[in-house]
Design a protein around this ligand. Structure first.
Ligand code: SAM
Length: 291
């Protein structure tokens, strides 16, 4: 995997040498497969027992109820009854972070850009199946996958809207929103994979992210929070996006309080920037409260 020159240049303009080296080293690793027990259907203990009995070596991940597969890749795990029944969901550890920041309860939650549903289903599980979920997805094919996954993982109280989130009726008001924004994927580069990040994709992502984040703030009840996340390590998609909407004075930044610790790169106060490393994809999160 070769990091495109434009990306190395962009990163070297944004990061101190030490952090740049950390990112580039993270890009050059091959992360193990990680997954979580789907607590809507089973327990972490049962998942662990099944794996032990079937020769799948596991390590507990720092994220609650998540595991690192030590001797199996996606293909092998996808053959197991655990996967086929929806007892586990293959997901990167970074992708599990935003639902924890949302701290979901029995309340109305919009997952604005939801397919394939990894975060929607985790939000549901963390709320003990109590959250009332609206999962919005623009892409029809990806929305089919979202419906399939929510059904397979037995996610209750969820409805799927196949539409452009930018066109959601502003009559809606949600208690909480997750905006896991479409992004350049600059945090996800990994040895043995193809690089999707391009200058054009960054430009298009930035434009769309701002529109979606402004829309999210309209759809929120006052005093409620939106969790904004990207799998990018570029400032234009992360902290600069937050600065843009904060500028209007309609929201404030809350601390990113996770109930476990994660590796961090320097980022503005109250934001969370995870570096790509041997376990995590590069990932950004911020929690904004509407005034
Ligand atoms: N949150 C998902 C998960 O964890 O499984 C991943 C979401 S992915 C980063 C972004 C998704 O946003 C893509 O499925 C994309 O099709 C969708 N999307 C892009 N623009 C959208 C829009 N205007 N309205 C709704 N969905 C959109």
């Amino acid at each position: 995997m070769e990091v495109p020159l434009f990306l190395t240049k962009l990163l070297s303009e944004q990061y101190e040498k030490e952090d740049l080296t950390k990112i580039l080293t993270g890009y050059a690793t091959r992360r193990p497969v990680t997954f979580r027990a789907n607590l809507l259907k089973t327990t972490a203990k049962d998942v662990q027992s099944y794996c032990e009995a079937n020769g799948i070596a596991l390590r507990k991940a720092p994220v609650p109820n998540a595991f690192i597969a030590e001797n199996a890749r996606e293909k092998e795990l996808m053959q197991t009854p655990l996967y086929k029944n929806g007892d586990i969901y293959l997901q990167s550890l970074s992708s599990m972070l935003p639902p924890f920041l949302l701290d979901p309860k029995e309340e109305s939650i919009l997952d604005m850009t939801a397919a394939p549903g990894g975060k929607t289903s985790l939000i549901s599980a963390l709320s003990g199946g109590k959250a009332f979920l609206t999962a919005c997805e623009k892409d029809k094919i990806r929305a089919e996958r979202l419906k399939y996954n929510l059904n397979k993982l037995s996610v209750p109280r969820a409805s799927v809207l196949v539409q452009d989130a930018l066109l959601l009726d502003e009559y809606f008001r949600f208690d909480k929103i997750l905006l896991d924004a479409p992004c350049s994927g600059s945090g996800t580069l990994e040895e043995g994979t193809t690089v999707k990040t391009s200058e054009k994709l960054i430009e298009n992502s930035v434009r769309l992210q701002e529109k979606l984040l402004r829309k999210a703030l309209k759809l929120l009840k006052s005093g409620s929070v939106v969790v904004y996340s990207t799998c990018s390590v570029l400032r234009s998609e992360n902290e600069m996006m937050i600065e843009k909407v904060m500028h209007d004075g309609i929201c404030e930044l809350l601390p990113c309080n996770l109930p476990f610790s994660v590796p961090k790169l320097p980022s503005p106060e109250n934001t969370l920037l995870v570096p790509p490393d041997e376990l995590y994809e590069g990932f950004f999160c911020a929690v904004l409260r509407k005034k």
